[in-house]
Design a protein around this ligand. Structure first.
Ligand code: PLP
Length: 287
C-alpha cells in the first residue's frame, strides 16, 4: 500500500511522521474523509473546499493549490489500484518545538491514505442502529467552529466511548443548551409527518457533505427539508430518524435512549433516500 507523505509516495511501513509534529502533540491540523464508488471520487470538490476552509480558519497553509491536491488524491487511489476506497487526507501543522506556538512549525505535513473501504455490515442497514444521548457536549461553536474538521477529535471520541458503554451503536450529541447536534461522526435527520428536519450547523454540527447531498436529493424528490433546532424529545417522537456520513451513507436509527423509533424498523423515507443516494454515488463523481 502506497501512502502520499509530504511530496512522495512511500510504503505503508515507512509512512511515519515526527513525534514533534503538532498534529501529534496538539491535534493541530485538519482532515477529510472521502470515498470512492467504483473509481469515482464522490464530491471531491466539496471535500476539498471544506478542507481549505478548515485550514484557513485555523491559519494553516496547505502547500498546494486545490487542483494539485486533487491530482495527488486521484493518484493515490490509482497507485493503490482501488475502485472502492476510503480516502483520508490529513494536513498537520508539521514538526516544531514543544511549545504550542505554530510559529515553530515551518512545514505543514500533507498525508493521503487510500485503502479498501471497511463497509458497515449489510444487516446494520436492514436492522438500523441504536443511539444513546451522552453527557459530553459538542464544543461551543464560538470556541471551536463546528465547520472546522480539525484533528482535535477528543470530544467525538469521548461520546463514542459513552455510546459503547451504553451498549449502543452511536451517540446522540447535544450542545450545551440541550439541542441535538449530531452523532460522533455523522449528521442526524428526523422525519415527522413527512417533513425532514436536520439541525442547523451553527448549533454545533459539521456541515457534512453527505448531509448536504441528502438535503439536495430529498428536495429534488419532492420532500420538504427544514434546518431547524430540535431537542431529544423531538427525536423520541419522530416517525423516522437517520444518520448520514461519508462512511455510513444513510443509515436508519431504530432506537433512541431505549425508545423505539416509529415501529422499530427503518422507515420508508429513509429507505427511499438511501436507494436514491446509491443511484447518484456511482455517477456523480470525480474520475
Ligand atoms: N459530523 C462529524 C463530527 C464528522 O466527523 C463527520 C464525518 O466526516 C460527519 C458529521 C459527516 O460528514 P460527511 O458527510 O462530510 O462525512
Amino acid at each position: 500500500q502506497w501512502i502520499y507523505l509530504g511530496g512522495e509516495f512511500v510504503n505503508k511501513n515507512e509512512a511515519v511522521v515526527s513525534v514533534y509534529d503538532h498534529g501529534f502533540l496538539y491535534g493541530d491540523g485538519v482532515f477529510e474523509g472521502i470515498r470512492t464508488y467504483e473509481g469515482n471520487i464522490f464530491k471531491l470538490d466539496e471535500h476539498l473546499d471544506r478542507l481549505y476552509d478548515s485550514a484557513k480558519s485555523i491559519m494553516l497553509h496547505i502547500p498546494y493549490e486545490k487542483e494539485e491536491l486533487e491530482a495527488i488524491i486521484a493518484e493515490t487511489v490509482r497507485k493503490n489500484k482501488l475502485e472502492t476506497a476510503y480516502i483520508r487526507v490529513v494536513v498537520s501543522r508539521g514538526a516544531g518545538n514543544l511549545g504550542l506556538d505554530p510559529a515553530s512549525c515551518s512545514n505543514p505535513r500533507v498525508v493521503v491514505i487510500a485503502e479498501a473501504l471497511a463497509l458497515f455490515p449489510k444487516e446494520l442497514y436492514e436492522r438500523g442502529v441504536r443511539l444513546a444521548s451522552v453527557s459530553s457536549r459538542r464544543n461551543r461553536p464560538d470556541v471551536l467552529p463546528p465547520q472546522v474538521k480539525s484533528l482535535n477529535y477528543l470530544n467525538n471520541i469521548l461520546v463514542k466511548m459513552e455510546a459503547n458503554q451504553a451498549g449502543v451503536d452511536e451517540a446522540l450529541m447535544l450542545n450545551d443548551q440541550g439541542y441535538v447536534t449530531e452523532g460522533s461522526a455523522d449528521n442526524i435527520f428526523i422525519v415527522k409527518k413527512g417533513i425532514i428536519y436536520t439541525p442547523p450547523t451553527y448549533l454545533g454540527a459539521l456541515e457534512g457533505i453527505t448531509r448536504n447531498a441528502i438535503m439536495d436529493l430529498a428536495e429534488e424528490k419532492g420532500y420538504t427539508v427544514k434546518e431547524q433546532p430540535f431537542t431529544r424529545h423531538d427525536v423520541y417522537v419522530a416517525d423516522e430518524v437517520f444518520l448520514t456520513g461519508t462512511a455510513a451513507e444513510v443509515i436508519a436509527v431504530v432506537e433512541v435512549d431505549q425508545r423505539k423509533v416509529g415501529d422499530g424498523s427503518p422507515g420508508v423515507v429513509t429507505n427511499h433516500l438511501l436507494s436514491e443516494f446509491r443511484k447518484v454515488t456511482t455517477t456523480d463523481g470525480y474520475k
